[in-house]
Design a protein around this ligand. Structure first.
Ligand code: FAD
Length: 319
């Protein structure tokens, strides 16, 4: 119930206007969001890089409603790629296609995406297309495929283990040596699309992990880069230690090198686990979001773990 309510709040227009104005919410957001400016995000990434942790930079924003907004978002992502290059960060970028026009027009989104990928390619960098709610999945995977067909190899996608369809999507992606980030899924989906029970989402996660690791062994994806910007084919994005243990055990059973199995986590969550995986020899990448549009992102983090609500309310009483 609470999860559903929080996801509802993340989308409701009235809540998007009212809740971020509450001073303690803004203060609490700083646990999960690196800041509102690129400078703050760069600083956060430099600190991660110092500890051997890679990053993926996300300029927060989704569901732009007109072409101008989508072009502004595109310009910001292009500037992020410049910043990463100039500051020599060990980081790539993550983007949402609804931020760059997916729900406005496909040709607009396609042209924005192409500009971003071309700039990233110029810098030897990589772009991960986040997965959003299931109504966008077909269009996201189609645009991803189109970009690959145009010869853009520096792009990867995300699959969500709560969706039934991820089984067949993974088969198609593995065949083309795609770089895949596997997550559980953060949106509210109906039982016709997604496993309602956590135990099934977890079992599906392990199953997809196994197949992704097999794929990484069998197919040749583009090689990783020494600066850590281009990731390996298999990226397991979770804070769930049982899922991480499963992936590590299976990879070592079948002989996938630790350097070919990347783990990804969110900024502000389980730094201890991130560091222990680095020590074990895995690439570890932290998703670093920044920007003023932090509200829906924060609410999804609340929904994943309603105990975080206590963390937020504590900020009411902090001096
Ligand atoms: C790098 C990265 C990229 C992502 N990209 C996408 C995407 O493109 N599309 C998408 O739908 N989802 C994405 N997600 C979110 C993902 O779908 C999950 O909602 C999120 O990772 C929480 O699930 P979990 O795998 O950590 O497992 P859970 O079973 O939810 O959590 C396992 C444990 O992790 C810790 N934990 C989990 N979440 C939190 C939190 N919010 N605050 C504090 N502790 C927490 C807790 O200790 C919890 O017990 C991404 C996640 C990561 C890590």
């Amino acid at each position: 119930m609470m999860r559903r309510f929080l996801i509802y709040l993340s989308k409701a227009r009235w809540a998007q206007r009212a809740i971020p104005r509450l001073w303690f919410i803004k203060r609490a957001s700083r646990r999960f969001v690196a800041g509102e400016t690129p400078e703050e995000a760069i600083k956060a990434i430099q600190e991660l890089n110092k500890c051997g942790i890679l990053a993926t930079l996300d300029h927060l924003g989704e569901n732009t409603t007109n072409a101008e907004e989508s072009l502004d978002a595109t310009e910001t992502i292009l500037a992020d790629l410049d910043d990463i290059h100039q500051s020599r960060l060990r980081a790539n970028v993550s983007i949402k296609l609804t931020q760059i026009g997916l729900n406005i027009s496909k040709p607009l989104c396609e042209s924005n995406l192409k500009r971003i990928l071309e700039k990233a390619r110029f810098y030897g960098n990589f772009v991960r297309i986040d997965m959003e709610d299931s109504s966008t999945a077909d269009r996201i995977l189609e645009l991803y495929g189109q970009m690959r067909d145009m010869g853009m190899k520096n792009v990867g996608v995300v699959l969500q283990s709560y969706l039934y369809r991820s089984d067949s999507d993974l088969s198609n992606l593995i065949k083309r040596g795609a770089k895949v980030r596997l997550v559980k899924g953060a949106y509210r989906e109906p039982p016709s699309q997604a496993y309602p029970r956590k135990v099934d989402v977890d079992a599906h996660f392990d199953n997809l992990t196994r197949r992704l690791i097999d794929g990484a062994l069998a197919y040749k994806a583009e090689p990783v880069s020494a600066d850590g910007r281009i990731p390996p084919m298999a990226a397991i994005a979770t804070h769930d230690e049982a899922r991480i243990d499963f992936a590590r055990t299976y990879a070592s059973q079948v002989g996938l090198p630790t350097s070919a199995l990347e783990f990804q986590m969110l900024y502000g969550i389980r730094r201890d686990l991130q560091e222990s995986l680095v020590t074990a020899g895995h690439p570890v990448r932290v998703y670093v979001p920044y920007g003023t549009a932090w509200y829906p992102y924060l609410m999804r983090r609340m929904a994943e773990r309603p105990a975080n609500l206590w963390f937020v309310t504590r900020h009411i009483f902090k001096p």
